[in-house]
Design a protein around this ligand. Structure first.
Ligand code: SF4
Length: 313
């Protein structure tokens, strides 16, 4: 049996800032909240969430051999010049660099390999980086990586919430960590600041009102009633994280891949509006912005151009 501290040290060496263990079993409270959220239709057009709901709620259905879940978190915060965002429109922090899925999967594979080398045997594991029906945030909270804030993000008291999460479901028996207490207290900053009141109550996000959902996930037109609230945002929205007091403690990412795409700084809204589909695909190759597709991104840029008459700074 390998010492869990050794695994945590290896995780840190591979760029993960947080590491903890959750038991490979269902989480009744998060599952009940998730079911109620789905039943209220708050997932909007993200039908995949409903399609795989059963798998999402029981890791044993997903992979019966799992004995433990190693949860990992990596900061993606990078001290950038926010004024660079003004000319081109705002892009959510997580999407300014390279897509994290491949980067973290690669690091998880290296971690597994290093652990297997110490065990002197092969193990079986499944790596999830938003790639399978799995409730990353709920298991990260169960593994003691932080608590789920009223803004629905996982928050660490000394690192904030600009964190990417990854999971390794493993047929290794590892001691589970204790969950962390909720430190939101009487704060309501995120609920008050959300430009579209998408946080309808603490811990409940109605995706159908959320700017991130509209500018990333929604296909087709964004309802007019949200255009003004979108402001300068051409992809995603960070307001509920920007106002969170714990993000004063955000730490610099140790991944250069998550720094802003070097060529973004020179772009303007007009440059984005003029991009053909081929140019969009080439410019944003390896970027999370590809998810909106050329059409969705152009739609967002047009809305921000329409809003620009109201920009005064
Ligand atoms: S802004 Fe306040 S209430 Fe919202 S997640 Fe952060 S600490 Fe919690």
């Amino acid at each position: 049996m390998i010492d869990i501290q050794t695994i945590k040290s290896i995780a840190y060496e591979h760029g993960f800032d947080l590491c903890g263990v959750a038991p490979a079993e269902p989480l009744p409270e998060p599952n009940a909240r998730f079911t109620a959220w789905l039943n209220a239709g708050m997932h909007g057009e993200m039908a995949y969430l409903r399609r795989h709901a059963d798998l999402r709620m029981d890791t044993r259905t997903f992979w019966p051999a799992a004995q433990s879940i190693l949860m990992l978190g990596a900061s993606y915060w990078h001290a950038e010049q926010e004024h660079e965002q003004e000319r081109m429109g705002e892009i959510a922090r997580y999407a300014r660099g390279r897509d994290y899925h491949k980067v973290l999967r690669r690091q998880c594979k290296r971690l597994v390999k290093d652990v297997e080398a110490l065990l002197d045997e092969d193990t079986e594991s499944r790596i999830c980086v938003d790639s399978a029906p799995f409730q990353e945030r709920a298991y990260a909270a169960r593994a003691g990586l932080g608590w789920i804030g009223k803004n629905t993000c996982l928050i660490h008291p000394k690192m904030g919430s600009y964190l990417f999460l990854a999971a390794i479901l493993w047929n290794l028996e590892l001691p589970a960590d204790e969950p962390m207490a909720d430190h939101c207290g009487s704060c309501h900053k995120c609920l008050e600041a959300c430009p579209t009141q998408a946080l309808i109550k603490p811990h409940t996000l109605d995706a159908r009102k959320c700017i991130s959902y509209h500018t990333i996930e929604l296909r087709g037109e964004i309802p007019d009633e949200y255009h003004a609230a979108i402001g300068r945002r051409i992809f995603g929205c960070d307001v509920c994280q920007q106002v969170c007091p714990y993000n004063r403690f955000a730490v610099e990412t140790r991944f250069e891949e998550f720094h802003a795409h070097a060529d973004l700084a020179g772009k303007s809204l007009d440059d984005f509006a003029a991009m053909t589909e081929a140019e969009f695909n080439a410019f944003f190759a390896g970027s999370p912005i590809r998810r909106a597709g050329h059409e969705g991104f152009q739609r967002n840029v047009r809305i921000v151009q329409g809003n620009s008459a109201n920009f005064h700074d």
